[in-house]
Design a protein around this ligand. Structure first.
Ligand code: PRP
Length: 180
């Protein structure tokens, strides 16, 4: 399907499945049976989200939100706009925002501020991947799957120009593809 575009597999299916199970167990323990609303940030987090929610043994509701950063390409410009808001109010609820990756931190800083203003009971962030070396604004996730180096990653929901989200592993894109 994809050949030369992929430089290597960074995180295998098995490693992802095992870490997602651990994250689910940790969340289950931390909330001790309290209800949680898990918020999937479209589109990148969708694959991780579908796996994660099934590893959480609490009363779970799900909702979806979409924001996009202006500019596109491999760098975010620092401005974020709302594309699709949540379907339900979140006041008084335990919310976990589920992301695929924290890069500059701009998207999640925006999202956290936006949702905080709606007065949830609690608000945390769970991200499959974290690239701490890329931060433009200070931001720390509460649950992190894997901390990775500054490489262009695709697969398991993450895209290159909307492609490759269907790869079952997290892979490193060959630099020739994006001119890196
Ligand atoms: C990606 C990713 C995060 C954001 C992280 O979304 O899903 O939302 O970028 O980058 P940041 O920390 O620099 O803000 P993208 O805008 O590519 O949309 P997608 O989820 O549809 O792929």
């Amino acid at each position: 399907m994809y050949g030369k575009e992929i430089k290597k597999v960074l995180i295998t299916k098995e490693e992802i499945a095992s870490r997602v199970r651990e994250l689910g167990e940790q969340i289950t323990l931390d909330y001790r049976g309290e209800p949680i609303t898990l918020v999937c940030t479209l589109r990148g987090a969708s694959v991780f989200f579908a796996d994660l929610i099934r590893q959480i043994k609490c009363d779970v509701e799900i909702d979806f939100i979409a924001v996009s950063s202006y500019g596109g390409g491999t760098n975010t410009s620092g401005e974020v706009k709302m594309v699709k808001d949540l379907s339900s109010p979140i006041q008084g609820k335990n919310i976990i925002i589920v992301e695929d990756i924290i890069d500059s931190g701009v998207t999640l800083s925006y999202l956290k501020k936006l949702l905080e203003a709606r007065q949830p009971r609690s608000l945390k962030v769970c991200s499959l991947l974290d690239k701490p070396s890329r931060r433009k604004v200070e931001f720390e996730g509460d649950y992190i799957g894997f901390s990775i180096e500054n490489e262009y990653v695709v697969g398991y929901g993450l895209d290159y120009n909307q492609h490759m989200r269907n790869l079952p592993e997290v892979c490193v894109l060959a630099p020739e593809v994006y001119g890196g």
